[in-house]
Write a protein that binds this ligand. Structure first.
Ligand code: MG
Length: 369
């Protein structure tokens, strides 16, 4: 089989709650810059990364795919995924300008498309290609809630609705700029959902170390499963000190680009729940390396889902470090086989591929640029 053409696309799909906010971002749309890799066989691979739907930067990603990676791919055997990944990652002109950022996001889209193609060629779902078992149940926790632009009453009503639909875990945002207000919001939700439900909080990198320690001291009785991204994303030593002194498990990884970043946090004891994202790492290939590394440290992997769980569900089924995965339904009308949750667990995908194939109607509705 040979790669014959590379087509890029950009989708901007509306978020489901008509504008949402965390401590550092406000969003109305989710961006899906992606690629379709076509072959001389009868299968094509779909891959994409995830952005905040800013067209000028999304265009930089698709340009990198079309102008820098595509010439290296045309004529190659798409089933030789890891070899192609290494070739693209180490291509000297690209390595010189970016081992993270735009070039890495672009490589993630390409790598996901190649894995999708490989699973389709084998006529099996990606989780099976990676050696997973279809009986493996992945629990879902919901993160399309708990937004900072909601009142406490909205937080409580939404949390109760999620429990009624079967979820046993929810995450809410903190980082209002006032730690006592953050604590009031967390306390109100914990009281509303009771003590048996997993409750996680996410500061999206907003705090300085004293704010995070103050928060941890005040919520000590709230039994939080984890505190996510309390400090600036790259601050290994700050997270190490917080993990040692705060008394709340630390989750992070959604902003880390490479296995080397993850290794620094794990080696320092600065992370308890590892959150790699295949659309920020260089795709599935690098995600698997990070998950294996986490396993060697005996740390659970709870992926961040810049792909809205489509590909990550396959990875969670297949990897022994994953039992829990977040769910956000923003792109549920974009895919031929959208990720779905029933009674608090993900439904196992059955179609060949990585569940990354975009529906033609989604191109009609959401394609931009
Ligand atoms: Mg987060």
């Amino acid at each position: 089989m040979k790669i014959t053409s590379i087509e890029t696309f950009i989708l901007h799909a509306p978020v489901t709650r008509q504008g949402i906010a965390d401590s550092t971002h406000r969003l109305t749309h989710w961006g899906v810059p992606g690629v379709i890799i076509r072959t001389d066989g009868d299968v094509s691979g779909f891959g994409y990364t995830g952005t905040h739907a800013h067209l000028p930067t999304d265009r930089l990603i698709t340009q990198c795919i079309a102008e820098s990676y595509a010439p290296l791919l045309i004529g190659s055997d798409p089933l030789e995924v890891r070899s192609l990944w290494t070739k693209l990652l180490h291509h000297p002109p690209l390595q010189w300008v970016g081992r993270a950022g735009i070039t890495h996001l672009a490589l993630s889209a390409v790598d996901i498309a190649l894995w999708d193609l490989k699973a389709k060629a084998a006529q099996i779902p990606l989780w099976k290609l990676l050696g997973g078992c279809g009986d493996e149940k992945v629990r879902a926790y919901n993160t399309d809630g708990g937004w900072l632009n909601w009142t406490i009453d909205q937080l409580i009503a939404d949390a109760r609705g999620l429990l009624a639909s079967g979820y046993r875990g929810i995450k809410i945002k903190v980082g209002t700029g006032c730690v006592p207000e953050d604590v009031r919001r967390v306390q109100a939700v914990r009281q509303a959902i009771g003590s048996d439900i997993d409750l996680m909080v996410d500061a999206n990198g907003r705090w300085l170390l004293p704010d995070a320690l103050d928060f941890c001291r005040r919520i000590a009785a709230m039994d939080l499963k984890w505190l996510e991204e309390p400090l600036w994303y790259d601050d290994v030593d700050g997270h190490r000190r917080l993990a040692a002194r705060g008394g709340v498990p630390i989750a992070l990884g959604e902003q880390l680009y490479t296995i080397d970043h993850f290794k620094q946090f794990m080696a320092a004891g600065a992370v308890d729940y590892v959150q790699p994202d295949a659309v920020r790492l260089a795709g599935i290939t690098e995600w698997l390396m990070v998950a294996d590394l986490a396993l060697s440290y005996r740390l659970p992997v709870v992926s961040h889902i810049g792909d809205m769980a489509q590909v990550h569900l396959h990875l969670a089924i297949a990897h022994p470090s994953c039992h829990l995965l977040e769910y956000i339904p923003w792109l549920s009308d974009c895919f031929e086989e959208p990720a779905a949750v029933s009674e608090g667990c993900f439904v196992t995908p059955q179609q060949p591929g990585a569940s990354s194939t975009i529906r033609s109607q989604a191109f009609e509705k959401y394609r931009v640029g």
